[in-house]
Design a protein around this ligand. Structure first.
Ligand code: GLA
Length: 359
């Protein structure tokens, strides 16, 4: 038994650092992602190939902490599938990617989701996609040691072409939101700065949010309804900033969905920029190249823009009328040159379908 599967990367239109606060996110899948060619094998081994690298992992006794490096992601999926009661066996998996890793476009979630589809299909295991989201997240949290939320895996497995996915990260309920962008386009600007969620700053933000929720006596920051009253209860300036970001970001997701449904896509730009400023000043996860890209894009007549993903490196998205795209790129290139930075790379973000079997 063999086959080929593909799991996409994503951009999150809006709703950043809200997932682990049990809030709202609005991602869409990209055409780019991870493709895996898989073949069953009966010796209980997982043989993993990627870009000239080869790792062999024994499935028996697989547990968090046993496998390190990139192989921890696919091996973690095999481990998490078994833990969840899905009986899969050995396989040879050959991965290829057209998604730059560390670019904030979720290459690790794509790796997990491609593996989850391949292993379940190879072994004829029927699994609900929402369960696979949890399996992939468990692989990332426990096996790869990254305390991420549910955003990236949900986007990779649940998105549909031409739509964004409105996901309530508390209930797991989702709905599709048509991305009627009209003459507008979403441009990805890969700032070239590489990030790693494992470096601890992501975990720090998460811990700060949990601490703020504890001090406010709510299960999660999702539950903060009266921002002014909550801020008056918090004295720590850092925690106050984190709460302000999370609460306002959830409102921006709702506003964005309303604007998209009303056919007012251009006005989503203002939400993106507001999200960026909040991530820069309140959540403090932005980085200089992202700030400069957003500012230069808006100067070049973009409707708005924001950093995407965990932060500290990766990509920015920009919403602009298609006729304004050359001016937006020129403006960003010029601003980068003025800082002595090499030009970023650009990619149009085309809302695409979620993970699927190709053959
Ligand atoms: C990373 C994580 C996600 C989410 C974002 C920030 O991409 O993997 O779970 O927390 O950061 O929104």
């Amino acid at each position: 038994m063999n086959g080929v599967w593909h799991a996409p990367g994503r951009v999150n239109l809006i709703g950043e650092h809200t997932d682990y606060n049990e809030g709202l996110v609005l991602p869409f899948a990209l055409p780019q992602g991870i493709t895996v060619e898989g073949e069953q094998r009966d010796d209980g081994l997982l043989e993993l190939h990627s870009g000239g690298l080869r790792e062999v992992v024994e499935l028996a006794g697989l547990a968090p902490g046993k496998v390190r490096g990139w192989a921890a992601y696919p091996a973690g999926v095999a481990g998490a599938l078994t833990e969840a009661g899905y009986l899969v066996g050995g396989a040879t998996l050959r991965f290829t990617s057209d998604l730059p890793s560390g670019s904030g476009l979720s290459s690790s979630a794509a790796l997990e989701c491609a593996t989850a589809l391949a292993l379940t299909d190879l072994y004829g295991v029927k699994a609900d996609r929402r369960d696979l989201v949890r399996v992939a997240q468990r692989a990332e949290n426990a096996y790869a040691g990254v305390p991420s939320g549910i955003l990236d895996q949900s986007a990779s497995l649940l998105c549909e072409a031409d739509h964004a996915l409105l996901l309530d990260c508390r209930t797991g309920m989702s709905s599709r939101v048509p991305l009627n962008l009209g003459d507008h386009r979403v441009l990805i600007v890969d700032t070239g700065v590489r990030h790693a969620l494992e470096d601890g700053r992501y975990a720090d933000r998460r811990a700060e949010c949990e601490e703020a929720a504890r001090r406010l006596g709510v299960p999660a920051l999702r539950d903060v309804k009266d921002l002014a009253a909550s801020l008056s209860l918090l004295t720590d300036p850092v925690l106050r900033r984190r709460v302000q970001h999370v609460v306002t970001e959830n409102h921006r997701v709702e506003a964005t969905v309303g604007l998209l449904r009303a056919g007012a896509a251009a006005d989503v730009g203002a939400m993106l920029t507001a999200s960026h400023l909040s991530l820069r000043d309140l959540y403090q996860v932005s980085w200089p190249q992202a700030d400069v890209a957003v500012e230069a894009a808006v100067k070049g007549r973009a409707r708005g823009g924001r950093m995407v993903g965990g932060g500290f490196g990766g990509s920015v998205i920009v919403l602009a009328h298609r006729d304004a795209l050359p001016a937006v790129r020129e403006s960003i290139d010029a601003a980068y040159a003025a800082h002595g930075w090499s030009a970023p790379s650009y990619l149009e973000a085309v809302p695409s379908r979620g993970a699927a079997r190709l053959s």
